[in-house]
Design a protein around this ligand. Structure first.
Ligand code: KMH
Ligand code: ZN
Length: 309
């Protein structure tokens, strides 16, 4: 079995400040938590930005630039910039910072879909900021837009023109077929990094059978030697599905972007706490953790000296 890549997604754009006081919101907090997560064993840091005033998701390159270079200076982790941003942002906004810095890795969402956590708004009565409630409720009537043309544009402007490779975010089995379509179009080459996602309202459910379906479908479409499989389980499914992925020879993603909890009813106090937990589980299974440079080799990345920041 090869070493396991731990990705840590530090803050995201779905959770809001009221949901956990530990969610990093400012550039300082994002940088500190990201660096601690890398020290704990995360080889890849998946990054979004938030408005320092009130924690609202933002795609503003001026905000990203307050923490990304700092993380790069203090860790050798692979910096992975989101191109998904938030379902409420335009594609141009979502791409702005990645185009500026040409990172080694970016997320790339493989289809348009419903993507929601609006039922959470019903459970919260006391919001910390006024923007949060309408923001969470608006998911119910929003589309996470990733058309074939959008995906092609991202593959061209980031992949072909800037040498960035991708964390292909696949929320359904059809997204693997979309990925196969772009290989046939000649727009991307192995090794692929497939981040399969379970438990988002609008995507596949968190049943282990779905992991098996994604794995066997990816084997058939791409051949096992041509891709690295990874698993992101949302919310309470995070750790069990990550462990299942590792047992199946896959990689794992944790982080407060996808779950605010460490265990039942217990908020994680930091991203690093989740990284340490999955690391303990992996090591108990006699699995080894990939270093950032090992992850670079496994994913065919261009190297940290070839980015523009
Ligand atoms: N939080 C994930 C389910 C992106 O950044 O491109 C979605 C995500 C999208 O990570
Ligand atoms: Zn993300």
């Amino acid at each position: 079995m090869s070493k396991v890549i731990i990705t840590c997604a530090v803050t995201g754009s779905a959770h809001t400040p009221t949901m956990s006081k530990y969610l990093p919101l400012t550039p300082d907090a994002i940088a500190e938590q990201a660096i601690e997560a890398a020290e704990a064993g995360a080889a890849i840091l998946h990054l979004h930005a938030r408005d320092p005033q009130d924690g609202r998701p933002t795609a503003d390159p001026r905000v990203f630039s307050q923490f990304v270079p700092r993380i790069q200076a203090y860790t050798d982790a692979v910096i992975n910039i989101t191109t998904g941003g938030s379902v409420h942002m335009s594609l141009a906004d979502r791409l702005a910072y990645a185009l500026e810095i040409s990172p080694e890795l970016c997320s790339l969402n493989m289809g348009s879909m419903n993507f929601s956590l609006h039922p959470v708004a019903r459970k919260i009565t006391d919001w910390r900021y006024a923007w949060e409630k309408p923001y969470v409720e608006a998911f119910e009537d929003s589309i996470f837009r990733n058309t074939f043309k959008d995906i092609k544009q991202i593959l061209q402007v980031l992949g072909e023109e800037r040498g960035t490779r991708f964390e292909f975010e696949c929320y359904d089995v059809g997204h693997l077929y979309n990925l196969a379509f772009f290989i046939n179009e000649g727009l991307l080459k192995p090794p692929l990094f497939i981040q399969s996602i379970y438990g988002i309202l609008g995507g596949m459910g968190p049943d282990p059978e779905n992991l098996m379906l994604m794995r066997t479908t990816a084997d058939r479409l791409f051949g096992r030697e041509n891709y690295r499989f990874s698993v992101l389980g949302a919310g309470k499914h995070q750790m069990p599905l990550a462990a299942t992925s590792a047992v199946m020879g896959g990689n794992v993603r944790v982080g407060l972007e996808d779950s605010l909890y460490l265990g039942k009813g217990e908020l994680a106090v930091s991203n690093a706490e989740q990284v340490r937990k999955i690391r303990r589980i992996l090591e108990e299974l006699s699995l080894e953790i990939a270093t950032p440079d090992e992850a670079r080799a496994m994913l065919g990345l261009k190297g940290r000296d070839k980015v523009n920041f």
